[in-house]
Write a protein that binds this ligand. Structure first.
Ligand SMILES: [Ca+2]
Length: 311
């Protein structure tokens, strides 16, 4: 009996041992032991993820900061423009109230303005001044005609002192034109328009008239434009009116029935290409008197402007 019990005990002990071995084998089988290759792969994976995250963060930060800086630069530029505009306005204001443009000599000194024309007073010296019409570009208007409201068949004194209305038709006056062109170089621009609204211009890059002792002798040259050179034939001529005959012809060209108005007549005029802008105003289809610019039209024109500018 005792040996049977011993045998059974031995069997149970063997089974326990077998059980322990199997259990250990199973545990060993399910234990996770990464290989070196797997460790390396994991390391590379983590490193890649870190690099990618860094790139994403850097990119987002870069564009955010850049965008912010661009906006700031734009704002600074806008501010600079506003400051520049204010400075220019202040400069103009100062000039316009007379601190810089005190006693302007002509429209070249006219304060910068967006207006196309303006009336200012120009000063020849401390005692003499005259109101003038300025047109954009620094032009001083010396003659304007457009409707015949003002008679241009006038005497010497009228032409000398000027006549008409600066807001309408006028002649600025020979003594004023002489004074304006007495210093420096000036150009003359003539604008003419016919009854069909055709417009032409002539520019003379050299223009001045002498003082009263020269009978307001005309000096004019260097033509350009699209109206034709109608003025060179009067270069060097004295001014004439119906009561002062200073021309080269036998009778007084200024009082001739074909013209009637003050001008720098030569041997009267060349009927083919003369520009005579001060004749008694007539309406269309008149071959004499009125505003004559032969190279543009054989008959009188509707409008004319003569203006000068310091070069
Ligand atoms: Ca004469």
């Amino acid at each position: 009996m005792a040996s049977i019990e011993m045998s059974a005990y031995e069997d149970i002990k063997r089974e326990d041992h077998t059980y322990d071995v199997i259990k250990k084998q199973i545990e060993t089988k399910h234990e996770f032991k990464p290989s070196l290759k797997q460790w390396l792969f994991l390391f590379i994976l983590i490193l890649t993820l870190l690099v990618l995250s860094g790139v994403v963060v850097w990119t987002v930060t870069y564009f955010t900061v850049r965008g912010t800086m661009e906006i700031q630069v734009q704002e600074i530029n806008t501010d600079m423009d506003a400051i520049e505009e204010k400075l220019e306005k202040m400069h103009n204001d100062i000039k316009c109230i007379g601190l810089l443009g005190l006693m302007p000599k002509d429209c070249s000194d006219w304060c910068i303005s967006k207006k196309t024309s303006e009336f200012i007073t120009v000063y020849f010296d401390s005692y003499r001044n005259v109101a003038v019409l300025c047109e954009k570009g620094g032009w001083t208007v010396i003659q304007k005609r457009f409707n015949g409201a003002v008679e241009f068949h006038r005497n010497w004194k009228d032409y000398e002192n000027g006549f008409g209305d600066l807001h309408g038709e006028f002649w600025l006056g020979n003594k004023n034109i002489a004074q304006l062109t007495s210093e420096g170089n000036h150009e003359l621009r003539i604008n003419v328009e016919d009854w069909d609204r055709n417009k032409r211009y002539a520019v003379y890059r050299s223009f001045s008239i002498g003082n009263a002792s020269t009978k307001y002798r005309l000096n004019i040259s260097n033509y350009s434009g699209n109206a034709g050179d109608g003025m060179s034939q009067f270069n060097g001529m004295k001014f004439s009116t119906y009561d002062q005959d200073n021309d080269k012809y036998g009778y007084n060209c200024a009082d001739h029935v074909y013209f009637k108005g003050g001008w720098w007549f030569n041997n009267c005029w060349n009927s083919n290409n003369a520009a005579i802008l001060n004749g008694h105003y007539t309406h269309r289809n008149n071959t004499s008197q009125g505003i004559i610019y032969k190279l543009l039209k054989k008959t009188s024109l509707k409008k004319s402007t003569m203006k000068i500018r310091r070069l």
